[in-house]
Design a protein around this ligand. Structure first.
Ligand code: ADP
Ligand code: MG
Length: 253
């Protein structure tokens, strides 16, 4: 059971943003992707979720080709993602934002009508229970009724993770989920990500904090200018001269 990305390329105009990148994300595993800004990490996510068209290569989920599948059908196969810059309607509450994760294909206006329909009353109860559980795990319970527009950015990122895990995905792509989080929030997120993997979710993690990567991921892929610079065990990557030069050299971290 895996997401198989085989030599996927993406070009914007004449510029190659992703150049023949391959990876295998297995269920229950955490695979990290690291690389300087502009190296193609978010584009890799966009190509897997169908938000940009690939110029070449193949992607399959559990052996099913998704190359010609619309994003919502990919979600239905069990793929979920977070966005590097979460965008929520500032007027909805944290709870409503997480509930959006149960209706990934519904338009915002449809959510309220869906929730009012008697046919989904039982489902709604399940969703509401699951929502409470996720809010508790991510320590967001006290913000349940807070408007998204009033939340600190760290909590907005956690709500983004909560929304993505709401519908029990098989694979989750996390795009810099720990950016801007306080140390204790990062630690909590780290526990949550490990727990997700332990329950059988395949986690693809884009992250700049190498300590967090080392803590969570056995295997790391390093992207540079859209291409795979190297791939290997976190501890080996950390000692690699080329990694140190490219990563620490160009990102300034
Ligand atoms: P990263 O997430 O590693 O910082 P991105 O995947 O966002 O990098 O970007 C990789 C390259 O592709 C960058 O040069 C970026 O400017 C370009 N790019 C990304 N998305 C688009 C887009 N929608 N249109 C044009 N260029 C894009
Ligand atoms: Mg990015």
């Amino acid at each position: 059971m895996s997401v198989d990305v085989h030599e996927v390329s993406v070009a914007f105009g004449g510029v190659t943003a992703l150049n023949k990148v391959s990876l295998q994300l297995e269920r229950g595993r955490i695979l990290a992707v690291i690389g300087p800004n502009g190296s193609g990490k978010s584009t890799l996510f966009n190509s897997i979720t169908g938000m940009v068209a690939a110029a070449g290569g193949k992607i399959a989920v559990d052996g099913v080709s998704i190359d010609n599948m619309a994003p919502n059908r990919r979600i239905a196969l069990g793929l979920a993602r977070t966005f590097q810059t979460p965008r929520f309607d500032p007027h909805i509450t944290v709870e409503e934002a997480v509930l959006c994760g149960f209706y990934p294909v519904a338009k915002p206006g449809m959510l309220s009508s869906l929730l009012r329909s008697p046919g989904v009353a039982r489902e709604e109860k399940t969703f509401s229970d699951r929502c409470s559980e996720i809010l508790r795990e991510l320590r967001l319970t006290k913000y349940r009724a807070t408007k998204m527009g009033e939340l600190p950015m760290g909590q907005v990122r956690l709500v983004e993770v909560a929304r993505a895990v709401a519908n029990n995905p098989k694979y989750i792509l996390l795009d810099e989920p720990a950016a801007g989080l306080a140390r204790d929030e990062q630690a909590m997120l780290s526990v949550e990500v490990r727990r997700l993997a332990e329950t059988g979710v395949g986690v693809l993690l884009v992250e700049h904090n190498f300590n967090l990567i080392r803590e969570l991921a056995e295997h790391v892929i390093v992207l540079n200018r859209g291409a795979m610079l190297m791939s290997g065990r976190a501890e080996d990557i950390a000692r690699d001269k080329a990694f140190i030069d490219v990563y620490l050299g160009s990102s300034g971290r």
